[in-house]
Design a protein around this ligand. Sequence first.
Ligand code: SAH
Length: 384
Amino acid sequence: MTQKAPEFSATEKVNLLGLSPIQMKDFFESIGEKSFRASQLVKWIHQYGVSSFYEMTNISKDLRDKLNNIAEVRAPKVVADHLSKDGTRKWIIQVEGGSCIETVLIPEGDRGTLCVSSQVGCSLDCSFCSTGKQGFNRDLTSAEIIGQLWIAAKAYDSLGPTQNRVITNVVMMGMGEPLMNFDNVVAAMQLMMEDNAYGLSKRRVTLSTAGVVPKLDQLADHVDVSLAISLHAANDELRNELVPINRKYPIAKLMDSAQNYIARMPDLRRKLTIEYTLIDQVNDRMEHAEELAKLLEGVPCKINLIPFNPFPLSDYQRASGNAIKRFQDYLIGEGFTTTVRTTRGEDIDAACGQLAGAVNDLTRRSQRYRDRAESVVKIMETSS
Ligand code: SAH
């Protein structure tokens, strides 16, 4: 597997938290140390949650001093921690530069799924997603991405090989488009699956994408994870409206690329997850379900329907319970495994598409909100 070599600065301390196992080896080699130190460090940091080199007891005093001078283990800062009445928990995490991102833990029986952010804001501007409405600020570093899992696991004291694992699954479905931050997301996902770190199986780490096709084409060279495609419409005209990146990489190209990804994977039973957010009167009618079934004929996949989650000033409404049921029943009748994602953590704004954080792109954000507010006022004026 290829991996871009990290750049180790001579002046700034290197943050070891975000180094993938291969990058950690490169780091130790670059400072003239044996590469087996890399797995020791990965273990201390990710299995035991230790951030001080002085607590790493199998490292010599000299090496600890050396590391302390040139490196650090630094996670982003938690600024708020909300618990929903349904058990969903949301951390608001401040990253360098002052912006905030959000990370959500969804407990479900003996599973705990952590929804991780990859960017501060998002540049794709899907019409139904509140993250996009905030604009884009910057990519998260790999330390800020894996730091979310580190923080959540530490909050439950669930690090360490003998501890009870609270986080069993990770989905890259928080703020941002993971494939637009390719290298850092890949490094973080490698740590999620590394035995010396979190040891999650590839089935339990999911990357969700709106369809950045050239990057998706490269993904299999770097990492083997589960793949979810944010489809939301089965014809290009409608998808161009909902997911503007479709204008660049239309459905046929996206589906080809996604199928190639899973086809290259060793496990023949692997399936794509197709995400489809159901928006009232926009993409929830029977003709849409029929179109979707036709598009997915012969594609190894399961379908996950997501009832649209409203956010302030969004133009859309959630599909009705009846429409959702009809849509699901039709797809099941056509032979597709089709589930409806239960909306969790609504009381703490932790549901899909509600993750807004506090992106430092205030000019653009407030301008957008002003524009939207004005159009809402206009509609109200004309209809009254
Ligand atoms: N950028 C990635 C991750 C986004 S969030 C992607 O597009 O896949 C994960 C899922 O939530 C995506 O399928 C996204 O389209 C969906 N989503 C976004 N806003 C939503 C909303 N308001 N209601 C329901 N689902 C939403």
